[in-house]
Design a protein around this ligand. Structure first.
Ligand code: HEC
Ligand code: HEC
Ligand code: HEC
Ligand code: HEC
Ligand code: HEC
Ligand code: HEC
Ligand code: HEC
Length: 369
């Protein structure tokens, strides 16, 4: 009986709050109206605040606008946030599906959607929001029902919640016990894959050609778009501004004119640290990091499979950092790689322990069957 009297006032409070609640039903999507009550969200309506950090706009300026000064306006304007209804169709925290309309790479990876090649022959498989995707493993947090907003507060521009605001770095885990692994960001191990585009290719179409050729390539108004290679692959590592090992991604871009006046011009030779939304419990094996030059862009000339210069490109490999630059970060050096990949007795000790653990896990599984 006592319990009932406790619950009743709470229930009444709840009903009252709901009655005075949000009048937003989905068809009254006037942003200015929303602000009469949610004034703290006004930043969204200031010029492009959702893009406060503006990395993308800057990149477009430095690359495409060297060859076409209106490139950004003509090709990227549609993705800007201009109204509350771009994200809110109901008075609720938006679901991840809303965000990936625009965040087609870093964001879509969270749902397990990998990038597909641009060519029309690859436009098949799962289709969401008018785009085709490769089915990959989703982020573990997606599987536990978390939305983008559980880590990102809005308007964007503040740092997202990091791993340690929700987890501890468990000392029970062998890989966590290795002292030098404290120099790795968590996602260097726990990000399972990343959608990497090696050499995005823009071809400027002359009027004559526009009408006839390149119909199999993705088309923008004045360009055909392609990529040398699109790989949903284990993450590549570099070092961030704090000198910690972290995932990096390629922003390599080429450009040609169909009239042949400019061919294979490298507009961007950049790599950049980033956060893949592909967190999983399991990681690559020790050897996936300790005997793998490509993971650090240290591929040797003789190990190459693709000879890019034979294709007319101004670089010899997508997996050797000597051809590239990196922003606000550094590539792993040969010296660093040789140091941590040396199979010292210290390494062997940990490695054998890990093999034992894996063996025991397999045995336990076999017993259970
Ligand atoms: C008359 C004032 C008022 C207006 C106008 C209004 N809201 Fe609300 N809104 C509220 C109140 C009060 C709540 C919290 C009560 C509740 O949970 O229902 C709320 C809740 C919300 C929530 C959910 C918050 C949560 O924590 O789940 C969202 C999202 C939201 N409003 C968006 C909008 C948008 C978008 C518009 C414009 C299209 C809008 N609101 C217009 C008063 C208003
Ligand atoms: C209408 C398109 C659109 C929608 C919908 C959208 N975004 Fe964005 N978002 C952008 C653009 C454009 C930028 C700026 C990117 C840049 O300049 O680097 C951005 C930037 C961001 C950033 C900062 C990125 C950075 O480089 O620092 C985050 C985080 C973000 N959005 C999260 C979200 C989340 C979460 C949702 C869903 C609730 C969402 N966005 C929905 C277009 C959109
Ligand atoms: C880019 C996508 C995006 C846009 C645009 C956007 N929101 Fe949100 N909104 C979110 C996300 C994600 C959350 C949950 C994370 C958080 O609370 O910050 C949220 C949370 C809210 C909340 C409830 C929690 C809180 O912080 O109070 C309200 C109310 C709200 N939004 C109102 C608005 C209004 C009003 C506008 C337009 C002026 C707007 N939003 C524009 C993505 C967006
Ligand atoms: C488990 C937490 C978490 C979830 C869930 C999450 N993010 Fe993130 N996101 C991060 C972290 C951490 C970063 C790194 C940048 C930072 O600290 O702000 C980031 C970065 C980003 C960036 C900027 C990428 C870059 O490096 O330029 C975008 C855009 C973004 N997230 C969008 C989304 C979208 C869209 C969703 C949902 C589909 C989402 N995020 C879900 C944690 C999360
Ligand atoms: C906003 C809170 C939040 C953030 C930020 C976050 N996680 Fe989680 N994480 C969770 C929740 C909730 C679960 C599911 C419940 C559980 O198993 O603990 C989970 C599950 C996991 C699991 C699976 C655990 C298991 O027992 O199988 C791993 C591994 C993990 N997170 C790693 C990370 C890493 C690495 C980061 C940073 C890149 C991170 N998380 C960021 C909340 C968070
Ligand atoms: C050198 C690689 C590596 C790094 C760096 C790393 N982890 Fe792990 N982590 C692992 C491995 C391996 C496991 C165990 C996977 C398994 O059980 O198969 C694990 C397990 C976990 C789990 C599940 C643990 C449990 O007790 O159930 C969480 C949560 C986690 N890590 C969080 C983190 C966080 C947070 C960081 C960064 C502070 C981090 N990890 C850095 C390799 C790493
Ligand atoms: C995601 C990549 C990754 C994985 C997985 C990984 N390591 Fe490492 N490990 C590194 C990197 C990078 C360093 C160098 C860190 C530093 O010293 O700054 C390192 C350092 C070490 C060191 C110290 C090397 C030295 O400098 O003398 C040992 C020992 C080691 N790892 C053992 C292991 C073992 C055993 C496993 C598997 C159980 C493993 N690592 C898994 C990336 C990884």
């Amino acid at each position: 009986m006592k319990k009932f009297f406790l619950i009743l006032p709470i229930l009444l409070l709840y009903v009252e709050a709901a009655a005075a609640g949000c009048p937003f039903t989905g068809d009254t999507a006037e942003s200015a109206q929303c602000l009469s009550c949610h004034s703290e969200k006004a930043d969204f309506l200031k010029d492009n605040q959702h893009a406060a950090r503006g990395g993308r706009a800057e990149f477009i300026k430095e690359t495409f606008e060297k060859i076409d000064k209106d490139f950004g306006e003509k090709n990227c304007g549609g993705r800007r946030v201009s109204a509350c209804a771009d994200c809110h169709q109901k008075p609720e925290i938006p679901e991840a599906e809303v965000c990936i309309k625009c965040h087609t790479k870093l964001g879509a990876d969270y749902l397990g959607y990998g990038a597909r090649d641009y060519h029309s022959r690859y436009q098949r498989g799962i289709s969401v929001g008018g785009k085709y995707w490769m089915k990959m493993l989703p982020d573990i947090h997606r599987e536990s029902g978390m939305a983008c907003g559980d880590c990102h507060s809005m308007p964007a521009g503040n740092k997202a919640k990091g791993c340690l605001s929700c987890h501890s770095y468990s000392p029970e885990i062998l890989d966590h016990q290795i002292e030098n692994h404290k120099n790795l960001n968590c996602e260097a191990c726990h990000a399972a894959w990343a959608p990497n585009e090696y050499g995005v290719y823009f071809i400027k179409l002359t009027d004559k050609i526009k009408a006839m050729q390149f119909d199999k390539l993705k088309r923008m108004d004045e360009y055909a778009v392609s990529a040398f290679s699109v790989l949903n692959e284990p993450v590549v590592l570099g070092k961030d501004a704090q000198n910690r090992y972290t995932p990096i991604r390629p922003l390599i871009t080429f450009f040609s004119d169909t009239d042949g006046s400019r061919e294979n011009v490298m507009l961007s030779d950049k790599w950049k640290p980033f956060y893949p939304h592909t967190i999983r419990r399991e990681t690559v094996t020790c050897e996936g990091c300790h005997s793998n030059r490509r993971k650090y862009l240290l591929e040797k000339g003789e190990d190459r499979i693709f000879l890019l210069e034979k294709d007319g490109l101004p670089i010899g490999s997508f997996h050797n950092s000597s051809y590239f630059s990196i922003e606000n970060a550094s590539f792993v050096t040969e010296e660093e790689y040789l140091r941590f990949s040396a199979k010292t007795p210290g390494y062997a000790k940990w490695y054998i322990q890990k093999i034992e653990q894996m063996k025991n896990a397999v045995d336990r599984n076999a017993e259970r069957r």
